[in-house]
Design a protein around this ligand. Structure first.
Ligand code: FUL
Length: 632
């Protein structure tokens, strides 16, 4: 008996002299590099910019692509001023127009008048990124609404050849970005039809991504399910508080999980102990849409909003991918440049001074008693791979920070050394106040980075972090910061929107729909839900207007109109159609949609009808409106 005990403690003693064994799924070296990048920008600048659309149909004449004053450097430098470390350029969007002189399709930049057909925008971004010291990545849309062979096996060869060109002519890429939006209406060489593809098989991703691995081994592959980086499930850039870097993926209808056909209920949260290491990217545009629209000049996100997004993307263990949209001129609008620079200096100011560096740090357990290898000094050395660790048998431990003078803080930052896996289940943060320990925050899924943002700054001279894990604890960095106050950032209002006094929502027989009010109450959080496939507004008397704004419900995308028809009437009986079209990308990014009429019109009644809408899980077609605006 005694012998066994001695033997065991000798065994654990020696185990604790060396690094803890890794736990669960682990990141690859490629993913570690991606994780360190933390913030990058994705740039949409294609003929779609010149059409003022979000999704080009694939029919734009290449002659419209002719920026008058393009500067990749202006755009990249603005991204850099925002603290971003890389850029991803959309070399081909869904409209199928290649922004580099490709051999794979004649629908490319050499057919545009820009630089007399000798230009190469991908090259210009690559060079500008290099000059600014930023990483470079590429997005090449699998869906191609122009290509006549899209939907046939021949297209896969075209797409793979496009990737091969992009992988061999533009240096080392840090990301290869693949979109999940796929198959549907398009120009397709003039056929103008709908082409459906089976996303689980059509792109043969397994072999397609072999090309990426072979030609760009350092490029992290992003798609809605990975391979290296997963989509977070929304285009607001927000990851939930609990967001594990590990995940188990499930396909739809019993098919294997593939881009565009994966259950996305756990894309945000991941899976604790999941089989794959695939952290999330939060993608969101600096403006409401991914492409530049002059009418959104006053809707550029400001520092407060960007910092919220930062905290729930980078601060929830993912990365922030911010969409930038150059104007037709080929530069970022001054409002965007200003927003990026202000955000960048806010971040610098916020994280300039880590208060923990002033603290005495004590820990409740120290692995093998080895100060240098596993001691708490590693928690403040700005090295995300050095760490404090506990003995193998200690799965619950605390770090206590003691300050000479009370400190004021509002952000608590923690990092694990993810080379050893995502080990920590949760943490509880306590402050010593009025002679007792008071719980002030808790968190789960620490991973590469966790920012706990307090609702109010707290002041204390002692702070304790209780940590819980199923294995020995490995914590790499601890930070305490005070978020500076942001002043003078007003929220932009919809310009040109008419006053809605006296309006009502009616049904086909003219009677008032009581809760229709929610669609015209100037409140974007209240929702009017209807089983009808239209909303009808009665202005009370004839009104002259030039367009209509439609904001779908913001909580979930179901009930959003994907294809619409707008009609007007003088008597709510006889209707005239004034415009129809698609609300591109509304499923993923349910932002305000504007229908601008070719010329102003007058009517007492207006009807917005859904020709196609996003149905809910049960296939119900309810339409859900957050707000309708009408423009003068
Ligand atoms: C989406 C696309 O459909 C959008 O147009 C945009 O490119 C965004 C980044 O990804 O899914």
């Amino acid at each position: 008996m005694i012998y066994v005990a001695v033997f065991m403690s000798a065994a654990s003693f020696s185990q604790n002299q060396i690094a803890p064994k890794p736990y669960g799924a682990l990141p690859s070296p490629r993913q570690l590099k991606w994780q360190e990048t933390e913030m990058y920008c994705i740039i949409h600048f294609t003929p779609t910019t010149f059409q003022n659309l979000e999704w080009g149909y694939g029919d734009a004449n290449p002659s419209i692509f002719n920026p008058s004053n393009f500067s990749a450097q202006q755009i990249v430098d603005a991204a850099k001023s925002g603290g971003f470390m890389g850029i991803v350029y959309v070399a081909k969007h869904h409209d199928g127009f290649a922004l580099w002189p490709t051999k794979t399709t004649s629908y490319n930049i050499s057919k545009s008048p820009w630089k007399n057909g000798k230009g190469d925008i991908v090259k210009e971004f690559q060079i500008a990124a290099k000059k600014a010291g930023l990483k470079f990545g590429i997005y090449c849309s699998p869906w191609d609404r122009h290509n006549p062979v899209y939907g046939t096996p021949e297209y896969l060869t075209v797409y793979r050849n496009q990737l091969k060109e992009l992988y061999t002519q533009y240096g080392d890429l840090f990301m290869s970005w693949h979109d999940g939006a796929n198959g549907g209406d398009g120009f397709y060489g003039g056929k103008k039809e709908k082409r459906k593809v089976d996303q689980t098989t059509y792109y043969d991703w397994k072999n397609t991504w072999e090309i990426t691995r072979k030609l760009q081994p350092n490029a992290s592959i992003f798609s809605d399910i990975g391979l290296d980086v997963r989509w977070v499930g929304n285009e607001r850039g927000e990851g939930p508080e609990t967001s594990w870097s590990t995940i188990d993926l499930q396909g739809i209808d019993g098919k294997p999980a593939m881009p565009g056909s994966t259950q996305n209920f756990n894309l945000g949260t991941g899976t604790r102990g999941g089989k794959h290491w695939i952290p999330f990217e939060g993608d969101v545009a600096l403006r409401p849409g991914w492409f530049y629209h002059p009418e959104e000049d006053s809707k550029v996100k400001k520092t407060a909003e960007l910092f919220n997004i930062y905290c729930s993307s980078v601060g929830h263990g993912g990365a922030l991918d911010l969409g930038l949209s150059p104007t037709k001129e080929g530069r970022l609008h001054p409002n965007d440049v200003k927003a990026l620079a202000s955000f960048g200096s806010f971040l610098k100011e916020t994280f300039a001074h880590n208060l923990v560096k002033e603290a005495t740090i004590s820990v409740s357990n120290l692995r093998g008693n080895l100060q240098k290898e596993f001691g708490p000094a590693n928690l403040i050395d700005d090295d995300r791979y050095s760490y404090w660790a506990t003995d193998d048998q200690v799965h619950q431990a605390s770090v206590t920070l003691s300050f000479k003078e009370p400190v004021l803080f509002s952000l608590i930052q923690l990092r694990e050394n993810i080379k050893l896996g995502q080990r920590i289940d949760s943490v509880v943060v306590e402050a010593f106040m009025n002679n007792e320990w008071v719980k002030i925050a808790k968190a789960t899924s620490i991973g590469a980075n966790k920012i706990i943002r307090l609702t109010e700054p707290q002041k204390t001279s002692q702070l304790r972090i209780q940590i819980y894990a199923p294995v020995s604890i490995v914590l790499s960095e601890t930070g305490l910061y005070l978020e500076p106050k942001i002043v003078n950032e007003s929220q932009a209002k919809e310009e040109n929107a008419l006053d809605k006094y006296g309006w009502r929502v009616i049904n086909e027989n003219g009677s008032t729909v009581e809760d229709g009010f929610y669609a015209i109450d100037q409140n974007e959080t209240t929702v009017y839900s209807t089983t009808q496939n239209s909303i009808i507004l009665d202005f009370g008397s004839e009104l002259t207007f030039s367009g209509l704004g439609y904001l779908p419900a913001q909580d979930k995308s179901f009930g959003a109109i994907e294809k619409y028809e707008l009609l007007i009437s003088a008597d709510a009986k006889h209707w005239t159609s004034v415009k129809s079209g698609e609300f591109s990308n509304i499923r993923s990014n349910p932002i305000l949609q504007r229908i601008i009429l070719d010329k102003a019109t007058s009517a007492r009644y207006v009807k917005l009808t859904a020709l196609q809408a996003v149905s809910d899980e049960l296939g119900k077609p309810n339409l859900r409106f957050a707000e309708i605006n009408v423009y003068r």
